[in-house]
Design a protein around this ligand. Sequence first.
Ligand SMILES: C[S@@+](CC[C@H](N)C(=O)[O-])C[C@H]1O[C@@H](n2cnc3c(N)ncnc32)[C@H](O)[C@@H]1O
Length: 252
Amino acid sequence: MKNILLIGIGAGNPEHITVQAINALNRTNVFFILDKGYANDDLLRLRKEICQRYMTRDDYRVVQVQDPQREDDPHSYQVGIEHWHEQRAVLFEQLIGDEVADGEVGAFLVWGDPSLYDSTLRILERVLERGAQSFEYQVIPGITSVQALVAQHRIPLNRIGEPIQITTGRRLAQSPEGDIDNVVVMLDAHCTFETLTDTDLYIYWGAYLGTPDEILIAGKLKDVSAEIRRVREAARREKGWIMDTYLLRRPR
Ligand SMILES: C[S@@+](CC[C@H](N)C(=O)[O-])C[C@H]1O[C@@H](n2cnc3c(N)ncnc32)[C@H](O)[C@@H]1O
């Protein structure tokens, strides 16, 4: 039987790797590295660096392939996603079929943790449903960007007994402002926090968390919103890409 591992590698700091992940890396015969076509290849480099740093063997293979680009369907977000997932499933099926021999271990290195806004797990299930490949698979958890954000700001994720919501910039834009109490926002390319008018809200913002380029800004949203936009734009221009996450919190 083939074995496939989904290894959470943390959100940018090579020291986010767990002992379980290091052991999983060392069981791996072939690593699949998906090139997402970022203008800058920092994220690819970090994945390769992790293999080199923690592997105690050197008889592993690395297969780097272009990840299909997601193309938004003008009529439906869901249709765009469905089409993209199917393309990825075909690619994964081919990789597992061609590159992993019976009894071998193949691994996908997943940014942060595989459970959070990542489709690798769903794609693997889809590959199994397609029926052309059979394999066992295991998920190795990693440190998420949410954990990295709150750790760097030295705040708890939730206050005593309070729920915490994790959402996307797209969904935040559609939800009533009054519902925001304790919300982590990811995948926000449009600085959606700028549209909020509530003067009580606080923001804890972080970009490139865990990396040497990390930027942190915190304060009352009305006081720091313009600064975040300015710093974000400048960093994105300079590096060619940005990943940022923030927590919005209403004081008690
Ligand atoms: C496709 S999701 C992947 C999330 C990942 N699986 C995790 O566990 O954090 C990408 C989003 O995660 C957040 N993100 C990931 N790494 C980050 C980092 N180093 N600094 C800030 N935000 C990050 C950003 O909101 C980005 O848009």
